[in-house]
Ligand binder design. Structure first.
Ligand SMILES: [Zn+2]
Length: 460
């Protein structure tokens, strides 16, 4: 039995690990590499295996860095099953369609700039082809993706539908239990259930995004959010929130719904201005069985995403009309790092007004507009213009959907249980610094930690 790490190896994108058992192969995730175009284009275009070498794909969750290259696999003729939880499958339908749209626009842009033909990585037809291969399997129900491999999804607590994957592998008389963490979420996140680490493993593949950091507490976020909205509304300003359309936007709406019911925020309009966020919100609304039933708001209301003062700006005209509206409001718009999407119009219009607040609720990569806002640069370049940054900037990192260092250690401890045997752990999905810090921390606890390089193979 062996594992090859084809992506998210010493980096945070391109998740893909292939497990081989008795001549059969199953891929865990097939994600997109993200970052500078020149560096990632080559990695995204070339398949690390031919489609007929793989008997099935098991997808941990819908984020593009885990699912984003599946349509490419379909384009090259992959016709075997892709297994995912029901909510992941639903989210993939909109997120991969959005990704295809971005690929097509990107190819058009390159073609215009270089005055030559540029082929998109994949298109809408490939997404449709892929979706027809997707099989949904509920949590905690074993299925057999290939002879000798029995798989089970368990709750990862990261985004709606997110799963860790348990593989019971059998080759001749030998059995090994492999656990793949997927992206580990956090205890206490709104809407979704807490992580449910599987008990017992012979080998673990674990993410390590925040292996060297601790987050603000989840529980404190609503109070901070309410404070920022109250202070901004008192000045007559707007709260502008760049937010990922899937996950973060719905968590914010959940907290705003609770705050609104408790009269903890003033009665100002709350506007979601992102077509993808609106589509994703519908998918949340149609997957209530993935909700955390122990949460008060989930138990108390019929519709989490329907409350007084919440509005959705569906088309471009409704989005533009917001600019001429008077009075305080909250605007949530994609993209999460303010690199594209409708948030750019709101920032171009509102960043220079000292009454406004720009609220950052997610991680901002280097070289993004979001990062420059966090750094409080005096000027922001938006649509080619220099816009002075006079709005207040606030950062809340407690909304992170990724486990921090302490939560990763907790998750892994639950997998190992009372059995203190040295457990082999492969760290994936992390920058080298975070991985090294987590390796040192885990080695103290007796884990045998490896940080695999891309394309490396290990027996297990
Ligand atoms: Zn993720």
């Amino acid at each position: 039995m062996e594992i090859t790490f084809f992506g998210a190896a010493q980096e945070v994108t391109g998740s893909c690990h292939v497990v081989r058992v008795g001549g059969k192969s199953v891929a865990l995730d097939f994600g997109m590499f993200q970052g500078h175009r020149a560096e990632t284009q080559e990695k995204n275009q070339s398949l690390p295996f031919t489609p007929d070498e793989i008997d099935a794909v098991i997808l941990s969750h819908a984020h593009i860095d885990h699912s984003g290259r599946l349509p490419l696999l379909a384009r090259y003729g992959f016709h075997r099953p892709v297994y995912a939880t029901p909510a992941t499958r639903d989210l993939c339908a909109v997120m991969l369609a959005d990704s295809a749209h971005i690929q097509e626009k990107d190819a058009e842009f390159l073609a215009r700039r270089h005055k030559s033909f540029a082929q998109p990585l994949y298109g809408q037809a490939d997404v449709t082809r892929l979706m027809s291969r997707m099989m949904s399997v509920p949590y905690n129900m074993a299925f057999d993706p290939a002879p000798g491999i029995r798989a089970t999804f368990v709750e990862a607590g990261h985004i709606l539908g997110s799963a860790s994957v348990v593989l019971e592998c059998t080759e001749g008389a030998v059995s090994r239990r492999l656990v793949f963490s997927g992206d580990v979420g956090r205890w206490g996140l709104p809407i979704i259930r807490d992580p449910d680490p599987p008990h017992g493993a012979d080998v673990v593949i674990m993410e390590s995004t925040y292996g060297n950091r601790d987050h603000q507490s989840v529980a404190d976020m609503p109070n901070q959010l309410a404070r920022i909205i109250r202070e901004t509304a008192a000045k007559g300003g707007r709260v502008l929130i760049p937010a990922f359309a899937v996950g973060r936007t719905q968590e914010l709406l959940y907290d705003l719904h609770r705050l609104s019911r408790a009269d903890a925020i003033p009665p100002i309009p709350i506007v979601v201005d992102s077509p993808l966020a609106i589509a994703a919100t519908s998918i949340f609304a149609t997957n209530p069985d993935a909700y955390d039933r122990t949460e008060e708001l989930v138990a108390d209301v019929d519709d989490l995403f329907d409350f007084e003062r919440l509005q959705f700006a569906r088309d471009a005209a409704a989005s533009k009309a917001l600019n001429t509206r008077i009075g305080p409001m909250v605007i949530i718009a994609a993209s999460g790092m303010a690199e594209s999407g409708r948030i750019l119009h709101h920032l171009a219009h509102g960043a220079s007004d000292p009454r406004n607040t720009i609220l950052i609720v997610g991680w901002q990569a280097e070289h993004t507009l979001g990062r420059r806002i966090v750094e409080r640069r005096p000027f922001l370049k938006i649509f080619g213009d220099e816009v002075p940054l006079r709005a207040r900037v606030e950062v809340l990192n407690g909304y992170s959907a990724h486990a921090d260092r302490g939560e990763l250690v907790r998750w892994l401890g639950a997998v190992r249980g009372d059995d203190k045997q040295p457990l082999p752990v492969y760290l994936v999905h992390g920058e080298p610094e975070a991985q090294a810090a987590l390796r040192d921390r885990l080695s103290e606890d007796g884990y045998v930690v490896t940080i695999p390089a891309r394309n490396s193979t290990y027996q297990f």
